[in-house]
Design a protein around this ligand. Structure first.
Ligand code: AMP
Ligand code: ZN
Length: 465
């Protein structure tokens, strides 16, 4: 059984998608006014873990991630640099896609951009005006939260203090002050605007996610994710807009990850206490896979404190898995299979899946993997592991890595026939005591990215390129 903690109900619930076998997933994407920081990537990697796990369990996942390329912040920064909004955001959109690749985050099926979906937003705003959930004021359109009875059901916000006359124009505001929020903002000097049937202006941030999720996933879909900072007001407002307009439930499961913090504070661009992926990789020579491992190895609903020590520990954990695979792939094990391995592997796989199925309990899943490594290492030490066992164990690790995505892809550990023949030729040359030829072959193999190591059990190799 798979169960997830649903922020809406405040408890774990068994997961079943609306359509059997098919999951519809929406995740709030970046606001492209700067490089994403590793706090943002904690959210994206948690969502990637969720998606990969669902796929591992046999679901098809349709995934939509929006790109916020117009809002208060993007406009302010573009104006500051004195360039057009689209030219400004293009640079960060490209950087974002590059970062996703480096962190092996699976691409979404759609990356809708806000500026390309203005008519979809206008249609909903128009409908909300017609239905009486929205009103006009000074050229802007606001959502009247008092008109929507379910307001506050996600964030459990206290509406007792609500004064219906208060409005807020900015996209982000404090939880203590639930207010009518802007769906459409009146044109201002130095701000881009669109002409539309509801008048000239630009959309608020919240309406974009209601418009783009329904366009690609339908008015009701399975899972919506983001960081906890999105719960209020962003996701609360998405629910209000969507359910008021469509008159049906918006999202079935809300999953939110907790923050990545540094020195006890949320990592945020506005605080200036952030690292980008580029900072870590280029200036600190961090291995992106160690960062991925670090970000996914703490349960998503716990606060994760970023330290360089923790990054080193993640690197060490990763090395343990890689070394294990290296042993399995490169040692000459005797042919055949032993009796213990099928049970060890089946147990590891079952515990891994059971762990992740329980609200993505990554600690249980990783424990299952490392427990298996430990047990098999004992068998290797006792000379009990056979060639078929090693192949099956390696296959399982690679299969679990479809979910974790922290290891080099399999093909890097198998080598072309031509190089294999060279390794054998070098072995023969050594036996023939033709060391000149053996050295020559070793150099050629090194040029091809293979480092050889001669052990008492025979030659082993490591792929470097
Ligand atoms: P933004 O670009 O600020 O709209 O954020 C994009 C995503 O990153 C959202 O899902 C946020 O909730 C998430 N996020 C922002 N800061 C952090 C943080 N320090 N830790 C975890 N997630 C974060
Ligand atoms: Zn959103």
């Amino acid at each position: 059984m798979i169960q997830f903690f649903n922020t809406l109900s405040g408890q774990k619930e068994p997961f079943t998608p609306l359509e059997p076998g098919q999951v519809r997933l929406y995740t709030c994407g970046p606001t492209v006014y700067d490089h994403a920081h590793i706090g943002n990537f904690r959210a994206y990697i948690f969502e990637d873990l969720l998606k990969r796990f669902l796929q591992f369990e046999g679901f098809r996942v349709t995934h939509v991630m929006n790109i916020t390329d117009v809002d208060d912040k993007t406009i302010r920064r573009a104006n500051g640099r004195g360039i057009a909004l689209d030219a400004f955001t293009a640079e960060y959109i490209q950087a974002f896609f590059e970062d996703l690749k480096v962190l092996r985050i699976e691409p979404a099926d759609h990356y809708p951009r806000a500026t390309e979906h203005i008519p979809d937003m206008v249609r909903i705003i128009r409908g909300l005006l017609d239905k009486g959930f929205a009103y006009r004021k000074d050229g802007a359109v606001y959502f009247s939260i008092a008109r929507f009875p379910g307001y506050g059901k996600l964030s459990k916000i206290d509406l007792a203090e609500l004064r219906t006359t208060e409005r807020v124009e900015s996209d982000e505001y404090e939880k203590e002050s639930p207010r009518d929020f802007a769906l459409w903002k009146a044109p201002k000097e130095d701000e881009p605007f669109w002409n539309s049937e509801i008048g000239p202006g630009r959309p608020g941030w919240h309406i974009e996610c209601s418009a783009m999720s329904s366009k690609y996933l339908g008015p009701t879909f399975d899972i919506h994710c983001g960081g906890v900072d999105n719960i209020f007001p962003h996701h609360e407002n998405e629910i209000a807009q969507s359910e008021a307009y469509w008159d049906r439930p918006f999202v079935r499961y809300w999953l939110h990850c907790h923050h990545l913090i540094v020195d006890g504070e949320k990592m945020a661009k506005s605080k200036g206490n952030f690292f980008t992926l580029r900072d870590l990789v280029e200036k600190r020579q961090a291995d992106p896979m160690a960062l991925r491992y670090l970000l996914l190895s703490t349960h998503y609903r716990k606060v994760l404190n970023f330290t360089f020590e923790a990054l080193d520990q993640a690197q060490a954990a990763l090395r343990r898995i890689r070394d294990f695979l290296y042993e399995l792939d490169s040692r000459p094990f005797p042919a055949g299979k032993g009796p213990e391995i099928p049970d060890i592997l089946a147990e590891a796989r079952a515990k891994f899946v059971e762990g992740l199925g329980d609200d993505l309990n990554i600690s249980l899943a990783l424990t299952a993997l490392f427990e298996m490594i430990k047990r098999i290492n004992v068998l290797i030490k006792e000379d009990k592991l056979r060639a078929d066992d090693a192949a099956e164990a390696a296959a399982l690790v690679h299969s679990l890595d479809l979910v974790l995505a922290v290891l080099p892809p399999r093909r890097e550990t198998t080598i072309p026939d031509e190089l294999m023949r060279k390794i054998q030729a070098r072995e023969q040359a050594r036996k023939d005591r033709n060391f000149k030829l053996a050295d020559q072959l070793r150099r050629e193999l090194a040029d091809a990215g293979l480092v050889l190591e001669d052990t008492k059990d025979g030659v082993r190799w490591k792929v470097l390129k």
